[in-house]
Design a protein around this ligand. Structure first.
Ligand code: NDP
Length: 335
C-alpha cells in the first residue's frame, strides 16, 4: 500500500480506501461487511468512509458492529461520516442540512452508530446555501476543539464555496476544511481536473481529496457491456436512476468506450477495474480513492490496482485519452 498526505494535513491515508455506500445495509450484513473490510484492511487500507444518509444510518450501524468485532486497534484506521441528508425517512428541515443543530446531532449520532469515541474525518456532504458559511465553519471548528472530530471537509462543494470557507476561517480565526470528497473517474473529470485545479497548490488551499465512485458505480469494470447482470448494483431496487443512466444515449456511449478501454486493459494484461482505478491513482491530486465492493473477490482485485500505475505510461495515457475524448468537458448526471 502507498500512503498519501491528506492535502496539507499531516494525516497519511492509504491511496486505496473503502466506503459503505449502497452495499452496507442493502447488499451486506455485519459479517459480510467485516469480511470485506478485513480484505481491505489486510491490504493496508486505513480509511473507511460512511455517511449518516447511507441506508438511513444502517450503514454506520453495520460498520460500527464490524469494527467492534474486528478487534483492530482504534489507532490503526480512520473512519468518517458525512452530514447533510439526515438519517431518517423524510427528515424535517431541522433534521437535515448544515445548521449548527443538525451538524452537532448528526455527529453524535454517527459516533454512537459507529461505536467510536470520535470521527477522524467529518464531511459536509453537500453545500447548504440556507446556512451562513460562518455558522458551518464555526460548528466544525468547535467539534474539532471538543475532540469529537479530527479533520473536517466537504463533498461536492464548488471551488468558490471552498474559497469562501477558507476566507471565513481566516477572518474569524477558525479551522478551514482539510479535504473535499468529489466524484472522480474516467467519465467524470471536469470539476476535479479543472474547477479545483488551483486549490491543490499548498500556497492556495492545499486541498486533500477522497474521491468517490472511481468505477462509475461499476460501469468501468465492463460488467455492463452486455446488459445488466442480476447480482449487480444497477439491478437493485431503488437504483432505477442508475439503470436509466445506463440505458440513456450518454450511457450507451460510455459502454461503447468501456469496450474500447477493455482492449487497452487486455494489452496491459490486466483487468478493466484495475486499469480504471490505476487511472485515478495516477493523478497526484488524489489523496485516496474510495473503492466500493459487494464481494471480497472485488476487493482482492481492486487493491491490486496500485501495482498497475507504473504501466500507465505517457503512451498508454494518451491512448486512453483518445478513447475518452472528454478532458475538458463538463459532464452532468452525477448523484
Ligand atoms: P465504485 O464506482 O467503485 O462502484 C463500486 C461498485 O462496483 C461495487 O459495489 C460493485 O457493485 C462494483 N464493483 C467494484 N469492484 C468490482 C470489480 N472488481 N468487479 C466487478 N464489479 C465491481 O464506487 P462507489 O460508487 O461504491 O463509491 C465508493 C465510495 O465512495 C462509497 O462507498 C462512498 O463511501 C463514497 N461515495 C461518496 C459520495 C459522496 O457524495 N460523497 C457519493 C457516492 C459514493 P456490484 O457488485 O453490486 O455491482
Amino acid at each position: 500500500m502507498e500512503y498519501r498526505r491528506l492535502g496539507k494535513s499531516g494525516l497519511r491515508v492509504s491511496a486505496l480506501s473503502f466506503g459503505a455506500w449502497v452495499t452496507f445495509g442493502t447488499q451486506l450484513n455485519v459479517d459480510e461487511a467485516l469480511a470485506i473490510m478485513t480484505a481491505a484492511y489486510d491490504r493496508g487500507c486505513n480509511f473507511f468512509d460512511n455517511a449518516e444518509v447511507y441506508a438511513q444510518g444502517q450503514a454506520e450501524t453495520i460498520m460500527g458492529e464490524a469494527l467492534k468485532k474486528s478487534g483492530w486497534r482504534r489507532d490503526s484506521y480512520t473512519v468518517s461520516s458525512k452530514v447533510f441528508g439526515g438519517s431518517i425517512p423524510k427528515p424535517s428541515p431541522i433534521q437535515r442540512g448544515l445548521s449548527r443543530k443538525h451538524i452537532y446531532e448528526a455527529c453524535y449520532q454517527a459516533i454512537e452508530r459507529l461505536q467510536c469515541d470520535y470521527l477522524d474525518l467529518y464531511f459536509c456532504h453537500r453545500p447548504d446555501q440556507k446556512v451562513p458559511m460562518e455558522e458551518i465553519v464555526r460548528t466544525m471548528t468547535e467539534l474539532i476543539q471538543r475532540g469529537d472530530v479530527l479533520y473536517w471537509g466537504t463533498s461536492e462543494w464548488s471551488a468558490q464555496e471552498l474559497m469562501e470557507a477558507h476566507s471565513v476561517a481566516r477572518q474569524y480565526g477558525l479551522i478551514p476544511p482539510t479535504m473535499e470528497q468529489p466524484e472522480y473517474n474516467m467519465f467524470h473529470r471536469y470539476r476535479f481536473e479543472n474547477e479545483y485545479a488551483r486549490l491543490y497548490n499548498p500556497d492556495i488551499l492545499g486541498l486533500g481529496t477522497t474521491i468517490w465512485s472511481p468505477l462509475a458505480s461499476g460501469l468501468l469494470t465492463g460488467k455492463y457491456n452486455d446488459g445488466i447482470p442480476e447480482d449487480s448494483r444497477m439491478n437493485l431496487p431503488g437504483y432505477e436512476w442508475l439503470r436509466d443512466m445506463l440505458t440513456s444515449e450518454e450511457g450507451q456511449k460510455r459502454v461503447a468506450k468501456v469496450k474500447e478501454l477493455a482492449k487497452v486493459a487486455e494489452e496491459l494484461n490486466t483487468s478493466m477495474p484495475k486499469m480504471a482505478l490505476a487511472w485515478c491513482l495516477k493523478n497526484p491530486n488524489v489523496s485516496t480513492v474510495i473503492t466500493g465492493a459487494s464481494k471480497v473477490s472485488q476487493v482482492e482485485e481492486n487493491f491490486e490496482a496500485l501495482d498497475l500505475v507504473p504501466q500507465l505510461t505517457d503512451d498508454v495515457m494518451e491512448t486512453i485519452e483518445g478513447i475518452l475524448d472528454n478532458k475538458q468537458t463538463r459532464l452532468h448526471g452525477a448523484n
